[in-house]
Design a protein around this ligand. Sequence first.
Ligand code: ARG
Length: 593
Amino acid sequence: MQDWFDLAKKIDSLVLEAAASAGLEDSFTADIRSADPRFGDLQANGALPYAKRNKSNPRQIAQSIVEKLQANQELAEVAELSIAGPGFINFSLKPSFLQKWLTTFSGSEQLGKAAAHLQADETVVVDYSSPNTAKQMHIGHLRSLIIGESICKLLEFCGAKVIRDNHIGDWGTAYGRLFYAYKRFLDEENLQANPLGELERLYKLGSKLAAEDEAVVAESREELVKLQSEDPESMKLWETVNGHSIDGIKQVYELFDIHFDHYLGESFYRNMVEQVYKELEECGLGEKSEGAWVVFHPEHKRFATQPFMYRKSDGASNYATTDLATMLYRAEHFKASSIIIETDFRQKDHFEQLELTTQKWFEKTGRSFPKFSHVFHGTIMGENGKAMASRSGDPVLLKDLIAEAIERAEKLVREKNEEKVAKGQAPLSEEEVAAAAKVIGTGSIRYAELSQNRTSDYVFAWDKLLSFEGNTAPYLLYAATRIKSIFRNFEASELEALAGKASQIETPEELALARKILGFVGVLQQTIETLRPHLLCTYLFELAGAYSSFYNANKVIVSEEAIKARRLMLCQRTLDVLETGLGLLGIPTLERM
Ligand code: ARG
């Protein structure tokens, strides 16, 4: 049964086998996709293109495959077959198979074990968040952090080895002014309490003074030159400043319970740039243009004339150079089979050029090129349609955003508590209120982020993301607690005794819910293929909908044990997938809310 976890894959292999034994050529592909629900669950579409290529009749091709498939005993227990239209083969899953699947892949643990085969041989470096030093983490930093972390969790769940690497911008020109101010105006106490705030204050102060005074400009420049020539004293200061900066960043990550394996920022690659210069020149990719070193891509519409500059005319390295070195390091040191970088859409050109350049460079030097994905996102807008800003006009800080979310969530939980008291139910304790507020608050921010197609802009609206209705975190969290509350009325031994007694699922709502639960695997695959977590969110929302149709139409707690047992089984499986899915989005579920 284990190989039926990934149904589409299993059916794909059966169709290929059947096609081969029906005498079709190797060029045949099964093309499995989901079927029109009126006709079945899955559909094999391969007969059409095959017939077109071979100038034969697609329906006959489909017929010959179906005849072979029908001889397969294993498949006969799984699905009914039919041919539709010009030659689509439909697979309609049998209720007994749905039930068998649900009992085999029971519990989040079994789901996890089965899913861990999907990406088992992959080593993926995920570069996300990656802020620049001496800047507070603000709303502009939210999407990369949340989307990147969810991608890590999804890949890990599917069995990949994931390396979370924070490519912080820690070697930029900002240090001249920052050091100038740090040496003169440091507020040690504020640095301890709010490291990023203090560093940002100093950087801004340095910039302001430089704008007013030529002498400050000169001194700042000197600081920068000293740092870039790795003068020991400057390096010491740089380390201190970066230490504080990383401490500050981690304080924000802590609020989201996000932890990186590495902080290999731009500075880490500064001594590898010589190798990049040398290799790109030697393999004939790099050329000198107007004093700088660049790579053109003649086959590309824009990059044939728009250069990828990797060494400035003054001889210095830039963002492209350190990124080229980064690609090499990730391929060689981490042996990455795949590299994912999550940033905002404005860096699309940079990463497209980086990919093209690295691909050619690796090919020319006999290295294998890992799969590369630049995962990009659009902008978060305020409700006024403009980029979200705080009252001072600066971008909203992440720590303030989270604090506000938790505060608003707490208000909601307290309102629900009052409703409970009015209904004579036990309210949540103070401790439970605080825990629920944290989960709902941070979960809502995460879900608002993840449920949007990442490439679009979206409007950040408190009322919407904290609503108990619609495709939101509170709605899904509430759905999960409602299922949990059903089980609270049972002893564990009672449930165990019932488990073996389940009769065959049969009502339309039971079957629809079962089908939806099985759909989890396909959605998981699609989500990691496209690196678009909103697909998983949409699915979870639909799952909750299928559950509520089932629950409204089919009484769970009935006197007949066999019916009660199978309906409780469906409740449990729904909860397993809801909890697993929310977990992949970084949202834990609650017992009560
Ligand atoms: N520090 C960059 C920024 O704030 C993002 C870095 C992304 N990663 C990379 N390897 N370039 O825009």
